[in-house]
Design a protein around this ligand. Structure first.
Ligand SMILES: [Zn+2]
Length: 237
């Protein structure tokens, strides 16, 4: 029983190694990074679109104010000042000056808004380009990764076939447990007893449990939950 499990684990270690190679490959890293960058660019474009509609709304408001002020100036032009008294002229001057001041403020606001529009357009263009570049890099990397992965796939298929043959000799409950821990990235799952300690996490096995282990040949580590085994046979390694 134990021998079968250990043989299974030894074979599986080859699969784990290949899986890690695939997971840690440089092209895979770039693929993940580019997926992240494309996502970020998309989020930023959505935010920019939102701020663009805000700018448009502000622009509409300014335009209305500008039209309103222009009309007032037009009205001033129609006034015949030759027939006005000195007092009236003074009053008109104050009104016109206020008018001009208001137009100047409006002008400043329009300049500010157009700067914002230019910078938003630049941002939009830059973000779009970054997105396009990330997508291009993504395609290149995924192609590289797929080539790398397909080289490994033959090996994986062979190992998986071997594993499923070996699995037939192992208790299904034990295998289920094994696979669960494997999914949790605890590998190896079966570890030898080393100096009365767990061969996985080095936690010392209490003497009472040591007796149990000697009897059962296998025992779950209370610390890392790996299966500690003990072999009757003298060490061959
Ligand atoms: Zn342990």
């Amino acid at each position: 029983m134990l021998e079968n499990i250990l043989e299974y684990q030894k074979k599986d270690a080859m699969l784990v190694k290949i899986e890690r190679e695939l997971e840690n490959s440089e092209s895979k890293r770039v693929v993940n990074e580019m997926v992240e960058q494309v996502k970020q660019a998309q989020n930023k474009l959505v935010a920019l679109e939102r701020s663009a509609s805000q700018i448009i709304a502000e622009y509409e408001k300014l335009k209305q104010r500008f039209e309103h002020e222009s009309k007032k100036l037009e009205d001033v032009k129609k006034v015949d000042f030759s027939k006005k008294s000195e007092n009236e002229l003074r009053e008109s001057t104050t009104v016109i000056n206020r008018q001009i001041a208001s137009m100047l403020t409006l002008n400043k606001e329009i300049t500010k808004l157009s700067n914002r529009i230019v910078s938003a357009l630049n941002d939009f263009e830059k973000t779009k380009q970054a997105g396009v570049l990330a997508k291009k890099k993504y395609s290149e990397s995924i192609e590289k990764y797929n080539k790398f992965a397909s080289n490994k796939n033959n090996q994986i298929t062979q190992i998986k076939a071997d594993l499923s043959n070996l699995a037939k000799k192992i208790d299904s409950k034990v295998l289920e447990r094994y696979n669960k821990m494997r999914d949790d990235h605890k590998f190896p799952i079966f570890v030898p007893l080393v100096n009365n300690s767990c061969g996985g996490c080095a936690m010392e096995v209490p003497s009472a449990r040591l007796d149990l282990l000697k009897k059962e040949k296998m025992l779950e580590c209370e610390s890392c939950h790996r299966m500690i085994y003990i072999s009757d046979k003298p060490k061959t390694k």
